[in-house]
Design a protein around this ligand. Structure first.
Ligand code: CA
Length: 409
């Protein structure tokens, strides 16, 4: 999977409906030019790999004869924007078939999942939910591309070279360590491997041999793939026995500007503001800290995100994906389906978001271009604008906000 890097991440769903969350390249990297041939670049990369101590044999096995693949660049440049509301995305990604299959997988793999929890602290429903979202429990084989060729092509390409150089180095190290042969490295066009969609660099760094055969084989070994996924969450700071996400009920009015992952408060404070558990035991008024997240604004679904939620945003910076994955984990742990919330939030169109962004840019609340994406820079600007015009500051764009901003110009 992709994470931490420029806020980009592929959402690998099922093969028929691959959903991509890479930002536009204009946002991801400055305009740039490639100078020099791929062959010259590759020769220099081989030298660097040798300088890092990787054996000549592994470098040759991994990189000899690798060629540039223009199809990868076309694929990379032509992606659509990830633009679905939380309810749209979550209901599609956690539909009944995948939910029931997840419950079956929990049962069928109970001993393995229990050993993974002992080793990493990550509970079975969390692991199985990610497995389900990333590959439909291994049904989606992770792509048809030669990963070394793909990441070499993207590393040569100047736009996100540093990130993909790391990936290519990770792939060469996997060959050296004997985890995978180059020919086995078949995966996503951007280099993700196996049913939990690991990038080569994460595979090398966080992969675990959990079936004891002496190599980390996340492509063919379910124990290796699932233990590695849990291990990656652990590396992101997952705390054993702690909650990650909890659906809540919000009152009609409260200081909405306190919502969002940037704000954390003890549960006692949330209780004071009228936040309540949506199901199960009452929300304890204790000092456990959490953020209130409102993926579709104050009229939509509401969750308390605990410290462990951060592991999800590290896994995938796209908040709709992170929330969906965490929510699916709670579903498999026994929570009922998400409530649509207190109202019927209208999902803004790309055109509405663009119009709003232009207004925000004109008011110097936002910099950059109006790209129609409701991302990590636009949401805080929306919140500021809402505060200025006296609307509930939940960071969710509405037509009313657009009208008020227009009227105020
Ligand atoms: Ca193994």
């Amino acid at each position: 999977m992709w994470q931490r890097i420029l806020g980009m991440r592929i959402l690998a769903a099922v093969a028929s409906a691959m959903i991509l969350a890479l930002p536009g390249l204009a946002e991801a990297a400055p305009r740039c030019r490639n100078n020099g041939s791929f062959e010259v670049w590759l020769a220099a990369f081989k030298q660097e790999a040798a300088a890092q101590g990787i054996s000549r044999q592994a470098i040759a096995a991994a990189l000899d004869g690798v060629t540039f693949d223009p199809a990868i660049i076309r694929r990379d440049s032509g992606q659509g924007v990830f633009q679905q509301s939380f309810l749209q995305f979550a209901s599609r990604m956690t539909a009944i078939g995948r939910y029931q299959n997840g419950l079956q997988q929990l049962k069928a793999n109970a001993p393995l999942l229990s050993r993974i929890e002992q080793r990493t602290g990550v509970p079975p429903p969390v692991v199985v939910a990610l497995w389900g979202l990333e590959s439909d429990y291994g049904t989606y084989k992770g792509g048809i591309y030669n990963v070394i060729r793909s990441v070499a092509t993207l590393a040569y390409d100047c736009r996100r070279s540093a990130f993909f150089r790391d990936q290519l180095m990770g792939a060469v190290r996997l060959v050296e360590r004997g985890d995978l042969k180059p020919a086995e490295m078949i995966g996503n066009w951007a280099g993700e491997l196996g049913p939990t969609q690991f990038t080569p660099a994460d595979y090398f760094k966080h992969g675990i041999d959990f079936d004891g055969d002496g190599r980390v084989d996340m492509i063919h070994s379910v124990p290796d793939a699932l233990a590695s996924a849990a291990n990656l969450l652990k590396s992101f700071g997952w705390q054993k026995g702690q909650p990650w996400l909890q659906e809540v009920r919000v009152p009609a009015q409260m200081p909405w500007e306190q919502s969002g992952l940037d704000n954390q408060h003890p549960r006692s404070q949330w209780v004071k503001w009228g936040v309540a558990a949506r199901h199960g035991a009452p929300l304890p008024a204790d000092d456990v800290k959490a953020s209130l997240i409102l993926p579709m604004g104050h009229l939509g679904p509401a969750f308390l995100a605990y410290a462990n939620f951060r592991a999800y945003t590290e896994w995938n910076a796209a908040i709709v994906y992170a929330t969906t994955a965490a929510y699916f984990g709670t579903r498999l742990a026994g929570a009922p389906p998400v409530s649509p919330g207190n109202g019927q939030p209208v999902v803004p169109t790309t055109e509405q978001i663009k119009e709003l962004q232009r207004l925000l840019i004109a008011r110097k609340l936002l910099t950059g271009e109006a790209d129609g994406r409701l991302g990590a820079t636009t949401r805080p600007a929306v919140k500021q604008a809402q505060q200025k015009v006296g609307l509930p500051a939940d960071a969710y764009p509405t037509q009313e906000l657009i009208e008020r901003l227009k009227a105020g110009r």
